[in-house]
Design a protein around this ligand. Structure first.
Ligand code: SF4
Ligand code: SF4
Ligand code: FES
Length: 235
């Protein structure tokens, strides 16, 4: 197969596509294992036989758990460790996520997501209300990988417009269920301005989410609590 990669040197302002030939050894191989194998070659050469630099990309868990390997795979955001080569045809194009500044090759600077979480204070300060119903919803929201795939397809997310997209909404939804009333007031305001007012409800984020989080259900629940003030009633 041919693997075409958008290359970008650290600190450079220019990018270029470089292609490589690759022969998978196993049908379980993923984009991440292919990139690792290419980098393991003694001397990496491109399709024209020219010496090439090792390909820079991020990975950690290789088990769809950390979100670090998110990139554009044939134009669609996804996890490199979850994308099997056999499903991608014989010409694969890899690019970094484009809603964020590129750092190097397939690495994008997604720090805005962490900055947004800090700004919104998505943590408990003075205890939580715990019950099975609340925990079930919070657990679902806690599965967010912070990969940023949803932001890539979101028509309303831009790095500097103050709307956090679902990458910000999921951690907020995680705590909104369990907050005591005194803190809920402040977080409800935060939710309204950083999530509710910016979201056009197009739901493009739902299909792309690699964790298959029940985004619609969580969004409806958070809107009900934070915007419509319909608090969870315990039996
Ligand atoms: S519902 Fe649409 S506007 Fe809202 S976060 Fe998802 S993709 Fe973006
Ligand atoms: S909601 Fe889904 S797509 Fe968005 S950051 Fe979380 S895991 Fe990734
Ligand atoms: S390496 Fe962790 S999700 Fe891919």
């Amino acid at each position: 197969m041919i693997v075409e990669i958008l290359r970008h040197k650290l600190g450079s302002t220019e990018s270029f596509y470089q292609s490589f030939k690759y022969k998978p050894e196993d049908e379980r191989e993923t984009v991440a294992t292919m990139l690792e194998n290419l980098n393991l070659q003694k001397e990496l050469k491109d399709i024209d036989g020219n010496k090439a630099d090792k390909i820079v990309f991020r990975k950690s868990c290789l088990q769809k758990k950390c979100g670090s390997c998110a990139m554009l795979i044939n134009g669609k955001p996804g996890l490199a460790c979850a994308s099997k080569l056999k499903d991608l045809g014989d010409h694969i194009r890899l690019e970094p996520l484009k809603k964020f500044p590129v750092v190097e090759d397939l690495v994008a600077d997604r720090s805005i997501m962490q900055e947004n979480l800090k700004l919104m204070k998505t943590y408990f300060e003075d205890g939580a209300i715990v019950s099975e119903k609340r925990n079930t919803l919070s657990y679902e929201a806690s599965r967010c990988l912070q990969c940023g795939c949803c932001l890539e397809v979101c028509p309303n997310f831009m790095i500097d417009n103050g709307f956090t997209g679902m990458a910000g909404a999921m951690p907020l939804s995680r705590i909104i269920n369990e907050l005591p009333k005194q803190r809920l007031k402040q977080i409800s305001k935060t939710y309204s301005s950083y999530v509710y007012e910016g979201c056009g409800k197009s739901l493009a984020c739902v299909d792309i989410c690699p964790a298959k989080i029940r985004i619609e259900e969580l969004l409806a629940n958070s809107n009900a609590i934070a915007v419509w003030k319909r608090y969870i009633k315990e039996k």
